[in-house]
Design a protein around this ligand. Structure first.
Ligand SMILES: [Fe+2]
Ligand SMILES: [Fe+2]
Length: 259
């Protein structure tokens, strides 16, 4: 089994030093990899990313992350990503990473994503340049996600993003702000290229479980939604090998059949 731990919206600041490290201790006993679905920092300041990098450096599992809107707030996203990469984190934006685990190969395609809304209530690339730029950004990021997913040849493929691809996992948020929480274009990209799971964050008051129109499971892992250090999702693969370290593993692990 491939075991994927995921959490989003950590919103780390210099004042939260130490807390995360403790929450993540022993994670290798429960998961093969940790995915972080954006909003790593409070306000996108490099010192906040440094605090997070210290917490993640030398962690017992590989860490893969995308940035969120908060990580862009200080207009220094490249510095944020660079600091995390120095600590060994794979920071994705329209690209993918392959991780070989005892249970099979895992591919993660990542993108921040953006807003625009959902079918029947979405923005269009029309009118003022600002509106066109807004929707064009979502289209470009969705296409980048689709290409990254399509490039993967792994037993299991996960799409990692910050913004939501469906409205189902936003339930709990005011409907008036749905267009700022995600876009159906992200789900369309996932359904076109195929994936086994979508992980996102951003909607702090949303709902964990949903499914894209094409039938791909979606999980909102914002920490306030999952109410734990991280959620763990397991994939049974056709190339499954016996791994004594994982037998007798304790729940909660949500398992998906694959292959
Ligand atoms: Fe957030
Ligand atoms: Fe966010």
């Amino acid at each position: 089994m491939i075991r994927v731990a995921a959490v989003g919206d950590l919103h780390v600041g210099p004042d939260s030093a130490g807390a995360l490290r403790e929450q993540l201790s022993g994670i290798h006993e429960r998961a093969d990899v940790l995915l972080i679905a954006g909003d790593l920092t409070k306000g996108g300041e490099p010192e906040e990313a440094e605090a997070l990098a210290l917490e993640l450096e030398g962690l017992s599992v590989r860490v893969v992350a995308v940035l969120g809107n908060h990580d862009h707030h200080a207009d220094r996203p490249a510095e944020i990503a660079g600091l995390l990469r120095e600590a060994g984190v794979a920071v994705l934006e329209g690209d993918a990473v392959r991780i070989d685990t005892p249970g099979g190969s895992l591919g993660v395609a990542g993108v921040k994503g953006f807003g625009g809304g959902f079918s029947g209530a979405s923005g269009a690339e029309f009118g003022e340049p600002e509106m066109k730029a807004f929707i064009r950004h979502t289209k470009e990021r969705s296409e980048a996600l689709g290409s990254a997913l399509a490039s993967l040849r792994t037993d299991v493929r996960v799409a990692l993003m910050h913004y939501a691809p469906i409205r189902e996992t936003l339930q709990g948020e005011p409907p008036e702000i749905f267009p700022f929480l995600g876009s159906y274009l992200l789900a369309e990209a996932v359904d076109r290229s195929g994936a086994d799971l979508v992980i996102h964050g951003h909607a702090h008051r949303g709902t964990e479980h949903g499914v894209t129109p094409g039938g791909v499971n979606v999980r909102n892992v914002a920490q306030t939604v999952i109410r734990q250090a991280y959620a763990v999702y397991g994939f049974e693969t056709a190339t499954r090998r016996r791994d004594p370290a994982t037998s007798g593993r304790r729940p909660p692990v949500q398992s998906f059949r694959r292959g």
